[in-house]
Design a protein around this ligand. Sequence first.
Ligand SMILES: [Zn+2]
Length: 303
Amino acid sequence: MPELPEVEIVARRLEQALRGATIDSALAPGINALKTYDPPLSALAGLRIAGVGRRGKNLVVRVEGGGGGGEAPSSGEGAEAAVGELALLIHLMSAGRLQLYDKPAGPRDRTSRLLLRLRDGRELRLREFGSKQAAWVKLLPAAQVERDEAVAKLGPEAWPDPPAPAALGRLLRAPRPLHGLLRDQRIIAGIGRSWVDEILWEAQLSPFKRGADLEEQELERLRAAIVRVLGGAIKHYEEVVSLPVPDKLPMPLRVHRHEGQPCPRCGATLEAVHFEDYTIAYCPPCQTDGRVLKDRRLSRLLK
Ligand SMILES: [Zn+2]
């Protein structure tokens, strides 16, 4: 699942490539990923892409009226479109990708959930791989994005400026393991199953320590680790990712998915706890006072 650093680099690359491009038409083929109907997708025809941004793990494509050389925006039934900016709010979920292509998709393409055809012949495509169809799109007046339930319920952004240690402590003050708390988008937005392992390793905190038990110094370490790990990943992507953004980004992970390998800090073997659909990787000497927690029933008993 793309997390904050992956969504951020996609937004930056698309912003550079798409700003100012005029939309020719928009389509949501197949099973409907489009979760809104007013304004209709047809309201996008003739409008211009004003920018691409990120909110939590969501992408926001902002669209504005007036196609440049005096073209009137196509109003369709969406008279609102002519009044203010629109925005496409997109969640990639686990297997969605938003990618820019030089040519329109062929008729046999079954992965596309949303197609934005541009006047210059390029096409922005929301594609989704695998059997689940979970990625979604909403077309909203731009002013409503922050009020949409998917955005309004998000906690503060994890990057670039997460809450100061005291405020972070208040957000995390719950009798739940840190690993789950940090992935809870209502508490803090942008962190998922990959980067949480890196952050906790960087902060030298146990994934099973309860949020309510964090001490001041630990909160300081945690906040610094969030900034360093997410910022470091974005910096890495800035150096290695160019358009077209690959389906799989070269994630600079050091701990997650590295169980069985030596800890980059102390050299001990990294361990993992396996859950049904994800794995927690950690270093026992660095994070759990040397305790190896392989079994999730056992891990529940330990902080
Ligand atoms: Zn270690």
